[in-house]
Structures are given as structure tokens and as C-alpha cells.
Write a protein that binds this ligand. Structure first.
Ligand code: NAD
Length: 410
């Protein structure tokens, strides 16, 4: 995919269409806005839809397979950064793996005096709990999923002791929130009956720490340079010990993860909640880590919860999400999670590399220049010339864009 970014939009579309086998309806999903009738099925009080740029990150080789990665994001330089980081990791690319697609549903029981006895009663009724929960989702059970286990936690609180039951559910290719919530509601009356308590919350936990995706890549010192490696290790160390830096570091990871989530119709709020809660276990820390291997090359590794689906939610309702999944060619939710972990790692590496070498603003502002030109009042046509002139002048600001625009219009 060398030089993909230099192609015209039509050439890019032609290439992706051919490589991904997109048909006319896929192409239509990328062109116009979301159909109002579809939008009304998805949300309430709908009066319009938001349009976002839909780009393709290239050069990704993951577990030996080539991927084209759809990313929906308004922030300049994220797609370019991911593609560039992936290119620098070639020819090996990324390794990725994922644990089982297991989510946790919580049922909170209050008003129980003997919580130890309640725990025993719950654990001795696991087969009934399984029957009740799995009875809610025969489709998922047929596909090999469903309730796998039950755990009981006893939690002391200012409002008295609580018994919190965790339903451990294999959600196969779904994100899983709706089906896990239904299972929690299905088992709550039984849990009340055997414990004498009152079920308050019956809902999924977004801290999906049983559903982790891991990605790794090596960036060779001959390719990125020893100074950059040392700089990245210094920058990583600051993120490891300082929450102010770490928040921005993890935001860079979520730039990539969220962009793929939005393109594929996945719940990016759930991913954000899960990622930051996971990063904050113990002490808030970076989701990716870096070290030098024995050859002096940079090894990056990322591990994070990635509760994403290729069925359910908006993945089938939103035509763009269907097209994205076709472009990705992923066969399971776990494969999608692996891809997203690699994109997160790529974006993290790219941001660190830029920060420790030329600084993040040079590349970012070049790509942002057209946005600035338009903020200064330039039309689409004028924005290209105004941004080119700002880059030439090495002065990218709204005031300078206004000055150029004034002169151009004279
Ligand atoms: P869903 O209920 O739309 O679809 C899941 C269902 O699809 C399963 O229950 C199963 O019956 C069926 N299915 C068919 N093929 C399947 C396969 N191969 N693997 C698994 N299931 C298969 O979606 P969901 O994934 O249960 O819920 C996701 C939605 O829930 C998202 O839109 C999310 O925004 C929303 N949500 C999130 C939260 C939260 O994160 N806290 C809370 C409530 C709702």
C-alpha cells in the first residue's frame, strides 16, 4: 500500500473497493448520510445525523495477515500515524491474541444479615442459575456461549453488607451488554429467594478484565534510530510514574481504538470506561509498555479490555458498520479486538515517536492546516491554497490564515 495516501479520493475508493470486494450498497453506505429512518430506529428525538471522516489505515500485518482498517475520526493525523507506525513495524508487523469473549454481569443484593450463608446458598444453586440465565438466550447458547460460571463477592459498605453476584458469560461475537443485562434480570428473583435479600442493580460491568486483547510489535533500531528508542523509553517511564502524562498517553491509544469502534458501530463509551478502569487497577498506568530487546530494538506491548462485537448493537443496523466489517474481513469479535489492540499500540507508538523527535505539532498542524483555514473563513477550494501557504510560511494559525485569505481575495 506504499503511496496510498498520495492517491486521489477516487483512486483510493477504487483500490479499497477492489481489495475488499465492496458492492454498490456498501459504497452507498459510505457516501451519503445515515438514512433518517435508520437513525430513528437507533435513537430518540432524531432530527439529523453527524458526519465524520471515514479513512482507511494501511500497512497493517497482524499475525501474518494483511488488514485494511476503517477508522472514523475527526482528529487529523490519527489515521496517518497508525499507517506509518504499522509500516515501520514491517515486515513482521504485529502479533495479537485475545482471551475468551467473557463479560461480567453484576447482581447486587442488599438487606442480608448472614452474608456467608447467602454465598453458600447461591453457590449451591449454580445449576439453577445457569438454567435461568441461559434460558434467556438460546441463540447464544447454541453458538457455544452463555453463562459459564458464578462468583460471589461480599462487600462491606456504609449502607451495610452487600452480596454481589458475578455472572461470567461467554458472549461469543456480541459486545454483550444487552444479553448479560437480561441474564442478570432473569436470575435476580431466584437470588432474592435463596438469600432473602433484595436485588438492586442487575447490570453488566464495563470493567471487562476477563476479555483482554494483547498486541505486540518490534520497531527495529536501524529503522527508527537509537535516539528515538531512548526517547520513547524516557517518555514511557514518565507515563508509568505520572498520571498527568499517563492520561494523555492512554488518550493516544484510545484515538485509534475509538476510531475503529465508531467505524464498526461499536460502543466506544463502554471501551473508554473499561480501558481506564483497567488502567487504574492498583495505580493508573499506561495500557502499553516498552522495552529494548537483546538486539537493542524497541518492543511495544499493549494489553487492555476490548469488549467489541461483530453482531448486535449497531453493528448490523448502521450500514457503514457493515461495510467496515467487510473491509476488515474479521470473522469473530475476538479477531476484531485483536485488530483494535494493534491499532491502539500503533497510535501510541506513533505519538511517542513524534513527541520525542520533531514534536507532535509539526506533523499534526500540517494535517490540521486545512481545518484552520476553514475556521478562518476559507471555502473548500480556498482552504487547500491557504493551508499550503501556511505550511510554506511555517506559520499555522487562524490569524495568519485570515491574512493569506485577505490577500488571495484581493
Ligand atoms: P444485542 O442484544 O443487540 O445482540 C446480541 C444478541 O445477538 C445475543 O443475545 C444473541 O442472541 C444474538 N447473536 C446472534 N449471533 C450471535 C453471535 N455470533 N454471538 C453472540 N450473539 C449472537 O447486543 P449486545 O451485544 O448484547 O449489546 C450491545 C449493545 O448494548 C451496544 O449497543 C451497547 O451500546 C448497549 N449497551 C451497553 C451498556 C453498557 O456498556 N453498560 C448497557 C446497556 C446497553
Amino acid at each position: 500500500m506504499t503511496g496510498f495516501h498520495k492517491l486521489s479520493r477516487d483512486e483510493k475508493i477504487k483500490k479499497i473497493k477492489a481489495l475488499s470486494g465492496l458492492d454498490e450498497s456498501d459504497m452507498k453506505s459510505l457516501e451519503g448520510p445515515l438514512d433518517a429512518s435508520v437513525a430513528e430506529m437507533m435513537s430518540e428525538n432524531v432530527i439529523g445525523t453527524v458526519k465524520l471522516p471515514f479513512g482507511i489505515a494501511v500497512n497493517f500485518v497482524i499475525n501474518g495477515r494483511k488488514y485494511l482498517i476503517p477508522m472514523c475520526i475527526e482528529e487529523p493525523s490519527v489515521v496517518a500515524a497508525a499507517s506509518n507506525a504499522a509500516k515501520l513495524a514491517l515486515p513482521c508487523g504485529f502479533r495479537a491474541e485475545c482471551s475468551q469473549p467473557v463479560m461480567i454481569g453484576q447482581v447486587q443484593l442488599v438487606g442480608i444479615s448472614d452474608t456467608n450463608k447467602a454465598r453458600e446458598s447461591i453457590l449451591s444453586g449454580i445449576s439453577t442459575i445457569k438454567k435461568l440465565a441461559n434460558g434467556r438466550d438460546s441463540v447464544m447458547v447454541k453458538l457455544g456461549g452463555g453463562l459459564e460460571d458464578v462468583e460471589v463477592r461480599l462487600i462491606g459498605s456504609s449502607r451495610g453488607p452487600m452480596v454481589v453476584v458475578h455472572l461470567i458469560v461467554n458472549v461469543v461475537d456480541a459486545m454483550g451488554a444487552n444479553c448479560v443485562n437480561s441474564m442478570c434480570e432473569a436470575v435476580a428473583p431466584y437470588l432474592e429467594e435463596v438469600t432473602g435479600g433484595r436485588a438492586v442493580l442487575k447490570i453488566i460491568s464495563n470493567l471487562a478484565d476477563r476479555r483482554l486483547a494483547a498486541a505486540a510489535a518490534v520497531w527495529k533500531k536501524d529503522v527508527i534510530g537509537e535516539d528515538v528508542i531512548e526517547g520513547i523509553l524516557d517518555a514511557y517511564e514518565l507515563a508509568r510514574v505520572d498520571a498527568y502524562r499517563c492520561a494523555t498517553n492512554n488518550k493516544g491509544i484510545m484515538n485509534g481504538v475509538d476510531a475503529v469502534a465508531i467505524a464498526t458501530g461499536n460502543d466506544f463509551r463502554a471501551l473508554e470506561a473499561g480501558a481506564h478502569a483497567y488502567a487504574a487497577i492498583g495505580r493508573y498506568r499506561p495500557l502499553a509498555e516498552y522495552e529494548k530487546n537483546s538486539e537493542g530494538d524497541l518492543v511495544g506491548r499493549l494489553k487492555m479490555p476490548l469488549a467489541v462485537g461483530i453482531v448486535g448493537g449497531a453493528t448490523k443496523t448502521n450500514p457503514v458498520a457493515r461495510t467496515s466489517l467487510k473491509i476488515l474481513g474479521v470473522k469473530s469479535a475476538s479477531e476484531l479486538a485483536c485488530v483494535m489492540a494493534c491499532v491502539g499500540l500503533a497510535n501510541n507508538f506513533a505519538a511517542l515517536r513524534a513527541i520525542v523527535s520533531e514534536g507532535i505539532q509539526r506533523g499534526h498542524m500540517k494535517l490540521h492546516a486545512k481545518n484552520i483555514a476553514m475556521s478562518a473563513g476559507a471555502s473548500h477550494e480556498e482552504a487547500v491554497s491557504v493551508s499550503t501557504k501556511m505550511i510554506e510560511d511555517k506559520k499555522i494559525s487562524v490569524s495568519h490564515a485570515k491574512k493569506i485569505l485577505e490577500e488571495m481575495r484581493k
